[in-house]
Design a protein around this ligand. Structure first.
Ligand code: CA
Ligand code: CA
Ligand code: CA
Length: 336
């Protein structure tokens, strides 16, 4: 039986949310958000100040502008707001007037990852049958299937110079990690293991790939060389540990752990030391990603009932909600 992946966890969460977890009324708001007729399908104006603050104990409100985080300030993510998953972008302040749908098709489009120069996005889609890895320009043009075929390919990430892509695939019978050129040529398998290997992230220095594997039992975080050499285990806990994301300076890896029964965001150094628990509420927090300036971690969470995007400072002291809608927003990445 296949190990539960973070992708499947999110799908399960989305199904749960779709079965009626959309907020019946606005979550308890400390501020006078325009929540009088909040929302099944009419979401409050996310451009105004005063999205309902998640209200975690000891956490204060974070203010983000349209250009926060460095880079362009835009965040790409997945939403099912048109009835199936699409890749959208929005400014970091969550202003809905900035929303752009990059995919617009009946298939399931997921897993956006910006190229290091911010000009392109990798994503996965089942528009051609099985899930394959696609690339597109940051404006949604030029969508190209890099891994046509019947195997389940994805997720995928770029090398820091943009010349290569690392990805997970079940093409050899179980989930393994591969590298290939950015045009899809020269596929090289770098794990060989009966276990699940996936949830990968390429280090900013280019020398390491972080990934999750259940090769030692539970799902834990590892790093290895980009040729698969020297796999080193970083986490030793109960529950699942996965969805790694390197900080821009390469000093820390953000990831998700369910060691205490709830999926929360943590960070750790690449040598497995100095672990920090960033989000501490008993809820479902998934898919951390860093802002280009390293000042924030964006993630998706069900802490207000539906699935929304949030940003938090890496020490967990300040947090803000970026979306507040009835549909499900997941898997955010900040544009360089
Ligand atoms: Ca779609
Ligand atoms: Ca494997
Ligand atoms: Ca939502």
């Amino acid at each position: 039986m296949k190990k539960l992946t973070f992708l499947s966890i999110v799908i399960i969460a989305l199904l749960t949310a779709a079965c009626g977890a959309a907020p019946e009324s606005a979550p308890a708001a400390a501020v006078e958000a325009p929540a009088a007729e909040a929302p099944k399908d009419a979401a409050p104006d996310a451009s105004s100040e005063g999205l309902p603050f998640p209200g975690a104990e000891g956490v204060t409100s974070l203010q983000l502008t349209a250009t926060s985080g460095g880079g362009t300030g835009r965040i790409a993510y997945v939403s099912d707001q048109d009835g199936n998953n699409e890749i959208y972008t929005i400014t970091a302040d969550g202003n809905e007037s900035s929303l752009v749908n990059l995919t617009s098709n009946p298939a399931d489009d997921q897993g956006p990852v910006y190229s290091p120069d911010g000009q392109k996005l990798l994503f996965i889609s089942n528009r051609d049958g099985a899930f394959n890895i696609f690339v597109m320009n940051a404006d949604g043009t030029g969508q190209t299937n890099l891994t046509p075929g019947a195997s389940f390919d994805g997720p995928a990430v770029w090398s820091p110079d943009g010349s290569q892509i690392a990805f997970a695939s079940d093409r050899d019978g179980n989930s393994e990690i591969y590298t290939m050129n950015a045009d899809g040529t020269n596929i090289v398998r770098i794990t060989t293991n009966e276990a699940y290997d996936g949830d990968l992230a390429w280090s900013p220095k280019g020398d390491l790939i972080a990934f999750a594997s259940d090769r030692d039992g539970g799902l834990n975080l590892y790093v290895m060389g980009v040729d698969g050499s020297n796999p080193t285990r970083l986490t030793f806990t109960d529950g699942d540990n996965g969805a790694p994301a390197w900080s821009p300076d390469g000093s820390r890896i953000a990831y998700v752990s369910s060691r205490d029964g709830y999926y929360k965001i943590y960070t750790i150094t690449p040598d497995g030391s100095d672990e920090i628990n960033v989000t501490r509420e008993d809820t479902l927090d998934l898919f951390p990603a860093w802002s280009p300036d390293g000042q924030y971690i964006v993630f998706n969470s069900m802490r207000t009932g539906g699935m929304e995007l949030f940003a938090v400072t890496p020490d967990g002291s300040q947090m803000t909600m970026i979306t507040y809608t009835a549909p499900n927003e997941t898997d955010p990445v900040w544009q360089p």
